[in-house]
Design a protein around this ligand. Structure first.
Ligand code: M6R
Length: 605
């Protein structure tokens, strides 16, 4: 995710900013920039690529003298990773500069308004509206301009703002994006996380949502959103740098699991406008589509398998899921009435790209759902919907998968409205169910301590079965993959009804079976399968809703998830399985973030 830093003091700001940005590199980024205030003017330097490039361009900061500045590492969301899209962004009169971490959800409206008022835009970013708003509201008082600007913004933002007319001051604003102030002596700082601060100070002030701060070399004043001063406690940073990079978690995977409520919300919220779903730039003529094919690899493919049920049920169009590595060498029945949905976190998976090109050659329209902006799949698709999960560093995908599901669910509802296959009241009910996902994922995450205890019971097994039916089966596929790739335990996913056709022969005394039982339409049937495996000695850990009274008497261990429409349940149901895989792998001393033999992005066949 993007990172921001700010400095005001007596040293040259640029080297301090560059050093701070280097510390934020681990968050992932594709461009960077700094702005330094000197002699009543703001100088900017930006690069695409690495901080090292920015250091070279500015001769380690020497070309930008001045003691006040802000810096940014950008991980592209709105607009490709180019220099014009890199931060800091400046106002048309050059007197203001802004860096931003987060997403401004209402930037389209603001951009239209500002364009009408004569402001011109140099970038495609959501951020640029902020700097023009500050210029518009500025009347010799930066604090007032910042406050009025923040009142216009919807979404998540950590902002750093400087003004040529108010030297030595930097403003920091926080709403739903991390922002920490570093308290020094004769110099002060802000940063997205403590890693960029600890080289200078271990005294920090944690801003809360809706608060903003004015920093000068000798003072830090924090305000609430109405401009009243609030007293803040100075805390001591005790983390070491490595722990700080992982947000205090032991592994990136756990950090990314915990980020899911925020990532899902960031992906969903800007696309729900009142009671409408708006998929920007997507103008597929859905009435001309008679078949949807979903292709991807690994977890992305399993996200497609889970969402197939929602799309078919809501849009009444056949959905075929096909592994990209198979599709590319098949002779698929595809034509211009086929919509190919391509899923990829990285946007660079070789098999997925090849399958996509093959289907395009045969006339299919392509909609990509991708996390990395500007990646190959995003570029070659007819339409692209980005997941706004932020960079995923652990090899095992977690927030990548749940945000892919989120976009697919949004698409299912959007398409159902277009092709008029769902009545209004059902549609509205489903939209409310979708909006509840971040909160329900959080409730599932709250089971973390209990699951770590269960892992102590299950970690020493050499094989596991994951069973379920319908949507539960799709979750079983991903649950088993998570377990395999990070714990190296053989895990097999099975459609529960298929057990008796062969696999049940493998069930013996003590065999762990993870039974997914969250789809009411088939849960009775899955429970019968639980009885069958229990009769052969299996140890059953069931995932179900709390109102399923019967399953408690069948299973050995229970994991309860919040009640949710089965069409969308995969996004919540997978969470305890991600956590289980994590703790089992941890118990077994595995290299969780970098499992053996695996790469984050599979760019070869
Ligand atoms: O970047 P992609 O989403 O295209 O990657 C696809 C698979 O390689 C990926 O999902 C893989 O299965 C993960 N390691 C699973 O955690």
């Amino acid at each position: 995710m993007c990172g921001i830093v700010g400095y005001t003091g007596t040293q040259n700001a640029a080297p301090v900013l560059l050093e701070g940005l280097k510390k934020l590199e681990y968050r992932g980024y594709d461009s960077a920039g700094i702005a330094v205030l000197n002699d009543g003017r703001i100088s900017i330097s930006k690069v695409t690529g690495r901080i090292a490039g920015l250091a070279e361009k500015t001769e380690d900061g020497r070309l930008l003298p001045g003691v006040t500045g802000i810096g940014h590492t950008r991980w592209a969301t709105h607009g490709a990773p180019t220099e014009p899209n890199a931060h800091p962004h400046t106002s048309n009169d050059g007197r203001f500069a802004v860096v931003h971490n987060g997403i401004i959800e209402n930037y389209m409206e603001l951009r239209e308004e500002l364009t009408r008022k004569g402001y011109h835009f140099e970038s495609e970013t959501d951020t640029e509206v902020v700097v023009h708003l500050v210029e518009m509201y500025y009347q010799d008082n930066l604090k007032q301009a910042v406050m009025r600007t923040a009142a216009r913004l919807r979404g998540s933002y950590a902002l750093g703002i400087i003004c040529a007319d108010e030297p030595e001051k930097i403003f920091a604003v926080r709403e739903a994006s991390p922002l920490i102030l570093g308290v020094g002596i004769g110099e002060n700082y802000f940063a997205s996380d403590v890693t960029a601060l600890v080289a200078h100070t271990r005294n920090a002030i944690y801003l809360e949502d809706g608060e903003f701060a004015e920093l000068t070399p000798d003072s830090i004043t924090v305000f609430d959103c109405t401009g009243h001063i609030i007293q803040k406690r100075v805390s001591r940073i005790t983390w070491d740098i490595q722990a700080a990079e992982k947000g205090g978690y032991d592994h990136f995977m756990l950090k990314e699991i915990m980020e899911q409520p925020r990532a899902v919300k960031a992906t969903m919220a800007p696309r729900i406008k009142g009671s409408e779903i708006v998929l920007d730039g997507v103008d597929i003529d859905l009435k001309q589509i008679n078949k949807i094919m979903i292709t991807a690899c690994g977890s992305a493919y399993y996200a497609g398998c889970a969402a197939k049920y929602a799309i078919e049920k809501l849009c009444r169009v056949p959905v075929i899921t096909e592994l990209a590595s198979e599709l590319r060498y098949s002779d698929p029945l595809i034509d211009e009435h086929t919509l190919l949905i391509v899923l990829s976190q990285s946007g660079e998976t070789a098999d997925t790209i090849a399958a996509m090109r093959e289907c395009q050659r045969r006339g299919a329209k392509t909609l990509a759902i991708v996390n990395v902006v500007g990646s190959t799949i995003a570029k070659i698709a007819d339409w692209c919907l980005y997941t706004w999960a932020g960079p995923e560093i652990a090899v095992a995908t977690t927030k990548g998968y749940t945000t892919q599901l989120t976009v697919l669910y949004l698409f299912a509802l959007y398409a159902a409205k277009k092709v008029e296959t769902v009545d209004d009241s059902t549609w509205r009910k489903l939209l409310s169910a979708l909006k509840a996902l971040p909160k329900q994922i959080q409730q599932a995450l709250d089971m973390n301590p209990g699951i770590s205890q269960l892992a102590k019971k299950y970690h020493s097994t050499c094989s596991m079965f994951f069973i379920g039916r319908n949507t539960d089966y799709a979750v079983a596929l991903e649950g088993a993959l998570k377990m395999k790739e990070i714990s190296y335990i053989h895990a097999e996913s099975y459609a529960a009804g298929e057990l008796k056709h062969g696999t049940i022969a493998l069930i013996c005394e003590g065999q762990p079976v993870i039974a997914l039982c969250c789809n009411d339409s088939v849960s009775e049937k899955t429970m019968s399968n639980i009885v069958e495996v229990k009769a052969r000695g299996a140890e059953v850990l069931a995932v179900a809703f709390r109102d399923n009274a019967r399953i408690v008497s069948l299973a050995d261990d229970m994991l309860y998830i919040p009640k949710i429409d089965p069409l969308f349940s995969a996004a919540v149901e997978i969470v305890p399985l991600q956590i289980l895989a994590y703790h089992v792998a941890k118990e077994n001393g595995c290299d969780i973030d970098k499992p053996k033999n695996l790469a984050k992005s599979v760019t070869v066949e």
